[in-house]
Design a binder for this molecule. Structure first.
Ligand SMILES: C[S@@+](CC[C@H](N)C(=O)[O-])C[C@H]1O[C@@H](n2cnc3c(N)ncnc32)[C@H](O)[C@@H]1O
Length: 194
């Protein structure tokens, strides 16, 4: 039995996966979307690392006001492009990017998803620069806390203190429940900003 998404999220997820534009494992993204929908209910969401745009598309489906996604290059698949999403073509680690996004967003960040530069220094910089822009009580997600090729992300995740949830797809999810996706190359950690 798979986690059932509300209809509008199911449609967004199906669209993003059918055009292969999302870099997330099935169980992890389903869990994250349901949790965002039921618990966080974000008005304003920011993603660092757009790539083909599928994650921004599904995040926007669970966001009531505005979604901003940032990348240094433009690769967004038109099948998941959405006029409500602001695509920012900038380096997330430049101070002017934070100022630009804050002005464009129109409200404090409720959910920040960090999935850009996966080097240890890169992910630490994104976390240090962007955490202050998340509202108190908002949440920060790190992608690839369980990816052997991104040890720096795991290291940062383990060093963070506070209210944390780990969403990790395991062989149990694949073998028993039939989720798809390669184990050991994902993992989402979310932490609440006090
Ligand atoms: C793993 S992909 C993102 C996948 C996407 N979030 C998804 O789930 O489908 C990482 C992206 O981060 C971008 N990136 C890397 N360093 C960056 C930086 N300093 N600023 C903005 N984007 C960056 C890369 O260009 C790449 O497209």
């Amino acid at each position: 039995m798979k986690l059932e998404l509300p209809d509008h999220l199911d449609e967004a997820y199906t669209q993003a996966t059918s055009c292969a534009s999302i870099g997330q494992l099935e169980y992890e993204i389903r869990f994250l979307l349901i949790w965002l929908h039921d618990v966080v209910k974000p008005n304003y969401t920011v993603e660092i690392g757009t790539n083909m745009g599928g994650m921004a598309y599904v995040l926007d489906a669970v966001t009531t006001e505005k979604t901003v996604t940032i990348d240094t290059h433009r690769l967004v698949n038109p099948a998941v492009q959405n006029l409500n999403i602001l695509y920012v073509l900038k380096n997330s680690q430049r101070p002017e990017t934070g100022i630009h996004v804050t002005q464009a967003l129109g409200g404090p960040i409720d959910f920040l998803f960090i999935d850009g530069d996966h080097s240890e220094e890169g992910v630490k910089s994104d976390y240090r620069i962007w955490r202050p822009r998340v509202r108190s009580g908002g949440w920060i997600g790190l992608h690839d806390i369980n990816n052997d090729s991104c040890p720096g992300v795991r290291k940062l995740w383990e060093s963070i203190q506070g209210e944390k949830i780990e969403i990790v797809q395991t062989p149990y999810h694949n073998n028993v429940h039939g989720y798809s996706g390669q184990i050991g190359c994902g993992g989402i950690g979310v932490v609440k900003k006090p």
